[in-house]
Design a protein. Structure first.
Length: 208
């Protein structure tokens, strides 16, 4: 079994993650400043749908995160235009995030950790490696970690949205919420990377 290098895996995953996760956020925040909240939703939806359609036309696999992003921005835009206020379009997707966290926990119970599926969308790991007991345990633990990260992020986001809506300050909400979620998620990402690096190192020693 040939074990992949962490740097090579990162190079493979980075473009897809930038397109599916980072770019839509950048488009949304930039458009909010320039054209306002509702049109920012439209601009973000166009970006996400363009990415999905481009991949389908080229017959390239569409990562699950891109489908999730397309669904989330569709619901957020619909709620935003229907209610005419930003607070409900922010709270509703966070309720969806709560249920996604529950799905993460359920996937652990079913011994089919979602993080493994999401990882394979961006990083093709060897099948022999996926069958290893240490790898299975790793994905179970990381899925549990991210379930709780999603729960924390959604709870914090809802509380901030309600608080800032009473103050009438969308931009403050976006700034505080983005900073808080970035810190929490960033710590979890760093931990996940180091845990995976440790896993590869231990498997390499065992393999040698």
């Amino acid at each position: 079994m040939t074990l992949p290098r962490l740097t090579a895996l990162a190079r493979q995953a980075a473009p897809g993650l930038l397109e599916a996760v980072v770019a839509p956020l950048a488009v949304f925040y930039a458009a909010t400043v320039v054209v306002g909240f509702q049109w920012a939703l439209v601009a973000t939806a166009v970006w996400v749908y363009f990415g999905v359609i481009r991949r389908l036309v080229k017959r390239v696999k569409v990562p699950a995160t891109m489908y999730l992003a397309a669904f989330a921005i569709t619901v957020r835009a619909a709620v935003g235009f229907w209610t005419g206020t930003w607070v409900w379009s922010m709270i509703q997707p966070e309720c969806g995030t709560f249920f996604i966290a529950m799905a993460f926990l359920a996937s652990v119970r079913l011994n089919r950790p979602i993080v493994q599926k999401l990882t394979l969308d961006y990083v093709p790991l060897p099948s022999a490696m996926l069958k290893h007991e240490r790898v299975r345990r790793f994905f179970v633990r990381i899925t549990l970690l991210w379930a709780f990260v999603l729960l924390i992020n959604s709870t914090l986001s809802i509380a901030l949205a309600i608080h800032e809506h009473l103050q009438g300050t969308l931009m403050v909400y976006l700034l505080v919420r983005t900073s808080a979620v970035a810190v929490i998620s960033g710590v979890a990402i760093v931990f996940s990377i180091f845990a995976f690096k440790r896993l590869l190192r231990r498997m390499h020693v065992a393999h040698v």
